[in-house]
Structure formats: structure tokens, C-alpha cells
Design a protein around this ligand. Structure first.
Ligand SMILES: [Zn+2]
Ligand SMILES: [Zn+2]
Ligand SMILES: [Zn+2]
Length: 105
């Protein structure tokens, strides 16, 4: 258990909870800020979640596929899509290998 260095409140369960407490109760501490909008949070998890779905980031077309220029609402969506490009090539190669094998047989 941790205690708040500002108000000396005790029983704070973990560093993240302490950060949240200091930020919410006293308005200070380490803060993650979104580059594209006014969103800010002391929680890295919450920030990552926001960064994936920030409307301003989406408006700036930040999640654009480098292979086909398709634009995505979230980083997770783009990552999945990019895997299709990479995975697709793998599948094609595998099927070519299989057809060569069939010719030999
Ligand atoms: Zn406090
Ligand atoms: Zn944002
Ligand atoms: Zn693509």
C-alpha cells in the first residue's frame, strides 16, 4: 500500500492508483497528452486506448495503410489490415509450393 505525498491519504493500492489519485485530487503529476486533441490522462493504458481511437488523429489520416492507402479508424484495425498484406503473400507462396509438389508427384 502507498500513501499520497500531497494529502497523506493512505491505503492507495499501487502506483497507477496513486498517479490517478494525485492527478484527480490535486491536479498534478505525470500526464500523457494527445498530440492531436486536448485529451490528457495520467494512465498510460487509458492514453494508449485513446490514441487508437482519437477522432482528431483519425481526421489527420494517421492510420493509413502503407501498402494500399486505405485509411483506418484505429491502429489496431490498421495492424490487422497490414497483416492481410503480409499474410496474403505468405499464403500465395505456400500454394505455389504445393502446386509444384503436385507436379512432381
Ligand atoms: Zn492526495
Ligand atoms: Zn486525441
Ligand atoms: Zn492495405
Amino acid at each position: 500500500m502507498l500513501f499520497c505525498p500531497v494529502c497523506k491519504e493512505e491505503g492507495i493500492n499501487g502506483k497507477v492508483a496513486l498517479k490517478l489519485h494525485v492527478y484527480e485530487q490535486h491536479g498534478m503529476g505525470e500526464v500523457f497528452r494527445c498530440e492531436d486533441c486536448s485529451f490528457q490522462t495520467p494512465s498510460k493504458t487509458a492514453f494508449t486506448r485513446h490514441a487508437d481511437a482519437c477522432p482528431a488523429t483519425v481526421a489527420a489520416n494517421k492510420f493509413r495503410c502503407p501498402h494500399c492507402d486505405k485509411v483506418f479508424k484505429s491502429k489496431a484495425g490498421l495492424n490487422l489490415h497490414v497483416k492481410l498484406h503480409v499474410g496474403g503473400q505468405g499464403v500465395r507462396k505456400a500454394s505455389i509450393e504445393i502446386s509444384i509438389l503436385l507436379e512432381i508427384i
